[in-house]
Design a protein around this ligand. Structure first.
Ligand code: GDP
Ligand code: MG
Length: 175
């Protein structure tokens, strides 16, 4: 019988248009469909295997506005960990995330909440505004994990980002 790693609740935060829905759909279905529901929060649940053990993901793909980046009180309270997403093609979407992280920790009233910083749209090299180094530097400042990914081009890295966060959540819960 397979042992279970339990449940991880992940909220996906960031400005609208950075690819939050694209990342969730890619993770869940392995597919990139190009157009996504913009009007609603989307909640998903799936069970998968990670390193031979079963784990249940609950995902909240937030409908963000540019005031809250999806980090509403109820969302933050619900989640165990957070995917903070920006687009490497938009500096503004990057610059807001330090604040989002601060808000999350204030609401949770704990430090070191499991977080992964994700720079999406890495395929759009010709319109890049944020370098990989800048992403890595912000992650070091926030002491969180970091990956650049492309929801449209590279399913492996997208899976990796969710799995990395999942492992951190499980470790965090065990402490
Ligand atoms: P959200 O508002 O953060 O949920 O963003 P969406 O997932 O709706 O994506 C916004 C737009 O960016 C859509 O047109 C997507 O097709 C596009 N998009 C998302 N991810 C990528 C990516 O990795 N590369 C490229 N080129 N386009 C992407
Ligand atoms: Mg969306």
């Amino acid at each position: 019988k397979k042992s279970s790693l339990g449940e991880t609740k992940i909220a996906v935060l960031g400005m609208s248009g950075v690819g939050k829905s694209a990342l969730c759909v890619r993770f869940l279905t392995k597919r990139f469909i190009g157009e996504y529901d913009q009007a609603n929060d989307n909640k998903y649940k799936c069970t998968t295997t990670l390193e031979g053990e079963s784990v249940t993901f609950e995902l909240l793909d937030t409908r963000s506005n540019d005031d809250d980046m999806g980090a509403r009180d109820d969302v933050v309270r619900w989640a165990d960990g957070f995917l903070l997403v920006y687009s490497v093609t938009s500096r503004q979407t990057f610059d807001v995330l330090a604040d989002v992280r601060r808000r999350v920790e204030d609401m949770k009233k704990v430090s070191h909440v499991p977080v992964i910083l994700v720079g999406n749209k890495a395929d759009l090299a010709h319109v890049r505004q944020v370098t990989q180094d800048e992403g890595a530097r912000l992650a070091a400042e926030l002491s969180c994990s970091f990956m650049e990914v492309s929801a449209s081009e590279d399913v492996t890295k997208v899976m990796d980002a969710f799995h990395t966060l999942c492992r951190e959540i499980i470790e965090y819960k065990r402490r």
